[in-house]
Design a protein around this ligand. Structure first.
Ligand code: GAR
Length: 218
């Protein structure tokens, strides 16, 4: 079966991009990464794409007068590569409703919190400040509202005594690297479908039924 032509948009170091590239290196993975585009020149993720033999492009938002002009250039680059599905992987530019609507149901994002909690930036410090005992990462279809949109999958980690934002970010990042390829697999294979604004999985192993922090005493 033809693999889904997937473009990844990044702004930084690209560790999630790496997880996607690694998964897609298996020819039986249902998505093929056909291009990586950064809005920041010199983003670390660009070198990761080149190392994997994937075209790495920069569309510098600063070179455009308006968001719309920047997004038109992004669209053209994606179109040129025949991209069918877009993954945002640490892409830190807000997208206009116009761009989002052109990619509805065909663009997914990873965010380092259990959405809808802690949308936006500084998520780890805000989770610590709120005193939550579990946090994690979410992969969702992109909608016009930032860090919203139907959730495809989530992974949880405990918040441990003594955690600072960096320690929590590192624990969540490990989950991100497992979660994002799995969610991309589900979307690209058609096992995750958007139905009435929710994501329905056509099959799936039952997850562990409880995640407690602190754990219950046995
Ligand atoms: C990741 O933690 C990702 O979840 C987050 O940026 C980081 C990028 O790291 N994304 C957001 O906060 C989006 N709202 P990476 O470049 O190493 O993948």
């Amino acid at each position: 079966m033809a693999r889904v032509r997937t473009g990844v948009l990044i702004s930084g170091r690209g560790s999630n991009l790496q997880a996607l590239l690694d998964a897609a290196a298996d020819p039986s993975f249902p998505a093929e990464i056909v291009c990586v585009i950064s809005n920041r020149p010199g983003a670390g993720g660009l070198a990761r794409a080149e190392a994997a033999g994937v075209p790495a492009l920069t569309v510098d938002h600063k070179a455009f007068d308006t968001r719309e002009a920047f997004e038109a250039a992004l669209d053209a680059a994606l179109e040129h590569q025949g991209v069918e599905l877009v993954c945002l992987a640490g892409f830190m530019r807000l997208l206009t409703p116009g761009f989002v609507s052109r990619w509805t149901g065909r663009m997914i994002n990873i965010h380092p919190s259990l959405l809808p909690a802690f949308k936006g930036v500084d998520t780890h410090q805000r989770a610590l400040d709120a005193g939550v005992k579990l946090t994690g990462a979410s992969v969702h279809f992109v909608s016009a509202e930032m860090d919203a949109g139907p959730i495809i999958g989530q992974g949880a980690v405990p918040v441990l005594p003594g955690d600072d934002a960096a320690a929590l970010a590192a624990r969540i990042l490990e989950v991100e690297h497992a979660l994002y390829p799995e969610c991309l697999r589900l979307v690209a294979s058609g096992e995750a479908r958007l139905t009435d604004g929710r994501v329905v999985l056509t099959r799936g192993a039952a997850p562990r039924s409880q995640l407690l922090n602190p754990p219950a005493r046995s």
